[in-house]
Design a protein around this ligand. Structure first.
Ligand code: MRU
Length: 358
């Protein structure tokens, strides 16, 4: 399975080449393939804020490389490079607030920096750490895909209808995806009749990115407006909603793209199972429950305008871009450390104490 999954890895959003970060500009997809090169921490922070790169794991990986770029500049500029680097930590940490993978990656970079020995080359060590963060996310994707597909098969080994929201694929991660990785694995196991993809207003990650990734691999896709999901669950015999996460708190509450919460409520009403797929770097054990997760609010213009042209009435718009799904609406959280069914505080704590499997 692992080899077949690796062979299915075609799309990439992040490349570290010759000391520069290259990002596929996701704002332009699917009509244009445009790679942009970055050589400073501030520029990477800007790319994260402006959605050139998006998706929780991809944001974390990019921030780690951004810090390496910051370090390269600080080392060249003077003696007190450690103090100066704090500015880069801060600017990267301020780029987006909800996905904890960003802070997890920056913490991991800081821990490595703190362990730096006098005989080590700081730039080489930190570059190695960023590459390790990238590689381990890819490995986690593979493991989660296998766990997730087993869970689907356990309940039903026939072809089935799945639903997903936002984009959790190769574009959002270091590998081929979290929720979309499970869906890819299900397709390889011949378990997919159709994937219903929510368009995911207002950035349209579903219609622009997820539909593009899946269709490119010949996975049967049907796109729907976000508000069609209840109707689809009632009429289309959907077996699973499978989504990613931006932050999971100690009790199993899940922050993900706005609209995920209403999908979970709707799924519960219709007896559709609800699976969250995320690496353990998305689990924030420092927060007791989802009420404490900072929810990003973006500009109202994202709702009021298309391509800079206003189409809405002359009103204010409220644009929270994530919401929190309570743990009791979730059937399973799939991570690279294992699967937690019916998540709660005890089960999450036990999961986080497990050793990584790879
Ligand atoms: O605003 P985005 O596009 O960064 O939001 C992305 C999501 O909500 C994803 O579902 C989540 O980050 C998981 S990606 C594997």
């Amino acid at each position: 399975m692992r080899e077949r999954l690796l062979a299915a890895e075609r799309v990439k959003a992040i490349e570290w080449k010759h000391g520069r970060l290259h990002l596929l500009d996701q704002r332009k997809l699917p009509t244009e393939t445009c790679w942009r090169a970055y050589d400073s921490a501030a520029a990477v922070a800007g790319a994260i804020r402006d959605m050139v790169v998006r998706g929780a794991p991809a944001i974390g990986i990019s921030a780690a490389y951004g810090l390496v770029l910051g370090l390269a500049a600080r080392l060249g500029a003077g003696d007190d490079w450690r103090a100066a680097l704090e500015e880069d930590f801060d600017i990267l940490a301020a780029s987006r607030p909800t996905a904890v993978n960003l802070f997890w990656a920056l913490n991991r970079m800081r821990e490595r920096l703190d362990r730096l020995r006098a005989d080590e080359d700081p730039l080489a060590v930190m570059e190695q750490e960023a590459v390790a963060i990238h590689d381990s996310d890819r490995e986690a994707n593979l493991t989660m895909a296998q766990f997730g597909v087993e869970l689907i098969r356990k309940h039903n080994s026939q072809r089935q209808r799945l639903m997903t929201h936002c984009n959790t694929g190769a574009l959002a991660t270091g590998g081929f995806g979290t929720a979309l990785g499970v869906i890819r694995a299900a397709q390889l196991r011949d378990l997919v009749e159709c994937v219903h993809v929510d368009e995911t207003r207002p950035w349209l990650q579903g219609s622009r990115l997820t539909a593009w990734e899946l269709a490119g691999e010949g996975v049967p896709v049907s796109l729907n407006v976000d508000s069609a999901s209840a109707h689809l669950m009632k009429t289309q015999a959907i077996s699973w909603v499978i989504v990613g996460a931006d932050r999971i708190t100690a009790n199993g509450d899940v922050a993900n793209k706005i609209g995920t919460y209403q999908l979970a409520v709707t799924a519960m009403h219709h007896g559709v199972r609800f699976m969250v797929v995320a690496p353990s770097s998305t689990i924030d054990m420092s927060l007791e429950n989802g009420d404490d997760i900072p929810i990003e609010e973006r500009a109202g213009s994202e709702l009021l305008e298309v391509n800079g042209q206003r189409f809405a009435a002359d009103v204010e718009a409220f644009n929270p871009v994530f919401d929190v799904t309570p743990a009791d609406l979730i059937d399973a959280i799939v991570t690279e450390k294992g699967v937690v069914e019916r998540p709660n505080t005890e089960k999450l704590a036990e999961l986080m104490n497990r050793k990584r499997l790879h």
